[in-house]
Design a protein around this ligand. Structure first.
Ligand SMILES: Cc1cc2nc3c(=O)[nH]c(=O)nc-3n(C[C@H](O)[C@H](O)[C@H](O)COP(=O)(O)OP(=O)(O)OC[C@H]3O[C@@H](n4cnc5c(N)ncnc54)[C@H](O)[C@@H]3O)c2cc1C
Length: 291
């Protein structure tokens, strides 16, 4: 099918883009890499009267150290992130998550902001953002605000972004020294969206688990934090018994995964538990703890 008729604008600044959105209300839509939006337009599942292309806004394309945090502009592509030594060295979880997304062609065009705003339940970036405690910076006509990742992903394909708002930056806080991490997923073929996945961080002090973050993706409408599993781990010795405990909490937390032709709900729940146990094993190794 062909997309419906729409107007097209190519602003050169965030302020200009926000003004265009402000003038057109919910009728306008932002275009980033187009990897999700263009198919939706072609299938007429999105019918904006105006497409506001962010592709020429140079001020949104960067990856940099900003006061110890890593700041990633919304229009930085996944390839830019994948090639960033800063991300690879300081936020290896985010680097690794990037490499699990689609194929090189998708990563060449798809942007960090586009993935966060799209909020696909099986996407790696929203889960990584939640596991790392990222902050989203958002601009609108005449103002801006910040939203924690925990408050940003509301449901499937739904975020805290209001009509008229532009996601401008994703900020990743510094990982505490010695924090182990892992991001694992199962997909039918390399490059496919995950059937289920997990992103975890773990720190160990004096032979005991001091803190943990466990996030599932692909098993709920938005990335799912397994708080019961995190709490159960604190104070435990790293090892199979602890990982099994957290895995069971993950299985319980994944209450009603999607059941579709790719996988049943029960298989997704099973994967959630298995992946959490494996990811924690890997994270503990990276944290320098024997398990
Ligand atoms: C074959 C294929 C395989 C894929 N595999 C994966 C995968 O394994 N994992 C994965 O996570 N993704 C996957 N994707 C999706 C890909 O990562 C997309 O790039 C991503 O979902 C959207 O990013 P984009 O820059 O292309 O955004 P677009 O498609 O341009 O936009 C997506 C949505 O976000 C909105 N938007 C974009 N930028 C902003 C902004 N700055 N502020 C506010 N709203 C904004 C748009 O209005 C639109 O609603 C795949 C895509 C394809 C085609």
């Amino acid at each position: 099918m062909k997309p419906p008729v729409f107007e097209y604008a190519s602003p050169r600044s965030v302020a200009e883009a926000a003004a265009l959105l402000g003038a057109h209300g919910g009728e306008a839509k932002l275009l980033a890499g187009g990897q999700s939006l263009m198919p939706l337009l072609a299938m007429r599942l999105a019918r904006p009267s105006l497409l506001v292309d962010l592709g020429r806004i140079a001020e949104l394309d960067y990856v940099r150290d900003d006061g110890g945090e890593i700041a990633i502009g919304a229009m930085a592509t996944k390839t830019t992130v994948e090639r960033s030594a800063l991300v690879r060295e300081r936020q290896p979880l985010f680097h690794h998550a990037t490499r699990l997304i689609g194929h090189p062609q998708i990563r060449n065009r798809g942007t960090v902001g586009g993935s966060m705003a799209q909020a696909d339940p099986a996407a790696e970036y929203p889960a990584a953002a939640l596991a790392l405690g990222a902050t989203m910076r958002i601009a609108r006509e005449g103002g801006e605000r910040s939203v924690e990742a925990a408050d940003f992903f509301l449901s499937a394909l739904t975020t805290a972004l209001e009509p008229g708002e532009v996601l401008t930056e994703v900020r990743l806080p510094r990982l505490a020294p010695g924090t182990g991490w892992s991001v694992l997923e199962v997909s039918r073929r390399h490059g496919d969206f995950a059937i289920a996945g997990t992103a975890v961080t773990l720190s160990v002090e004096a032979g005991r688990i001091a803190s943990a973050r466990i996030v599932l993706f692909g098993v709920a409408p938005s990335p799912l934090r397994v708080r019961a599993g995190e709490e159960a781990l604190v104070g435990e010795r790293p090892g199979p018994a602890a990982w099994e405990l957290a895995a069971e909490k993950a299985r319980t937390a994944a209450e009603e995964p999607l059941s579709d032709p790719h996988a049943s709900a029960e298989y997704r729940r099973h994967l959630a538990a298995v992946l959490v146990a494996r990811a924690l094993t890997e994270a503990a190794r990276r944290a320098g703890a024997s398990s």
